[in-house]
Design a protein. Structure first.
Length: 313
């Protein structure tokens, strides 16, 4: 059982606050493993929803974003909270990392830096786009629509081949583009045949990898039938290259990889805000994360952004 010290204890210093959302007030089961590991080490731990009014963020030495799974629905409000909270305490990941990661245009930045990413066509907010013509021009049979601001599979739409499917997909694209930028990507067969691989890093150190459930949702991370995987050397290399391109050194990171139809490894997502880290499928992972938290609490900032891919053991 995780004991909670909330903002009511503002006269005492809290070592670490794990930040969640109002819909998940007690954290995801995965993150409760982290809370227990931190408490086992003698740290005081608080759980607080980011949108809680009158929360005493300054009472915590370190605030770590975990299950803030509604941020994409209230993005401007969330980013304003990030600025506010970070003025009172240390926020991880760092605010500039969170801002960079909050819009999937970071994929453009990664590609410019030589990181292989899933091929992507961008439809700007309010822009008209003929989905069938786009797919034909790119040689894509099935496509995936993604909002540029989104968590996990929220509002992600698979458009299968065929006139009827593309007509429905066109309607969906137009709906999404009314309010936000939209990504159009080819549906890669490896999602089913090989699986999307999620590689998890703590403080730049590789921890473990899982095969993700296709079109996973964030709210079932603790129970999802994702399984531990052995990352191939090329997958480790691509993930490390992506992480090295992040503008900062994240305390935690998840790099999601796919293989294209030529079996080349490419980055599908870089998750730095509220990713599920699959602590439950790899028992040492909760220790890896806790080790990173302890280092954050006891060492000075300013370390390099070099990634360590040899693993944590």
């Amino acid at each position: 059982m995780v004991s909670v010290r909330s903002h009511a204890y503002n006269l005492n210093v809290i070592d670490c606050t794990l930040v969640t959302c109002e819909n998940v007030p007690a954290l995801d089961p995965d993150d409760r493993l982290l809370a227990r590991e931190l408490q086992r080490r003698g740290l005081t731990v608080s759980i607080e929803a980011w949108s809680t009014r009158h929360a005493q963020w300054g009472a915590s030495r370190l605030c770590i974003l975990r299950s803030t799974w509604d941020y994409h629905e209230r993005c401007d409000e969330f980013l304003a909270w990030v600025e506010y909270a970070s003025s009172l305490t240390i926020l991880k990941n760092d605010p500039h990392v969170l801002r960079w990661n909050a819009h999937k245009s970071y994929l453009i930045d990664l590609e410019r830096r030589g990181v292989p990413v899933v091929p992507t066509a961008w439809v700007s907010r309010g822009e008209s786009c003929d989905l069938a013509q786009l797919a034909q021009a790119r040689g894509w049979r099935d496509v995936v629509l993604k909002p540029a601001r989104g968590a996990a599979s929220h509002e992600v739409t698979l458009v299968a081949r065929g006139a009827a499917a593309f007509a429905a997909g066109q309607e969906r694209l137009e709906q999404l583009a009314q309010t936000q930028d939209v990504l159009v990507q080819p549906y890669l067969r490896s999602v089913v045949t090989y699986g999307e691989r999620a590689l998890i890093f703590f403080d730049g150190r590789y921890s473990h990898a899982v095969v993700k459930k296709p079109f996973d949702t964030v709210l079932v991370v603790g129970d999802a039938p994702s399984s531990l995987a052995l990352a191939a050397p090329i997958e480790l290399a691509v993930a490390a290259k992506a992480l090295a391109a992040v503008p900062g050194r994240p305390l935690y990171a998840r790099i999601d990889l796919l293989r294209d139809d030529e079996d080349r490894v490419c980055v599908n997502e870089v998750e730095l805000i509220e990713p599920g880290l699959y602590l439950g499928v790899h028992e040492p992972a909760r220790r890896h994360f806790a080790d990173a938290v302890v280092r954050e609490l006891t060492t000075k900032p300013g370390r390099s952004n070099q990634c360590i891919v040899s693993g944590l053991g």
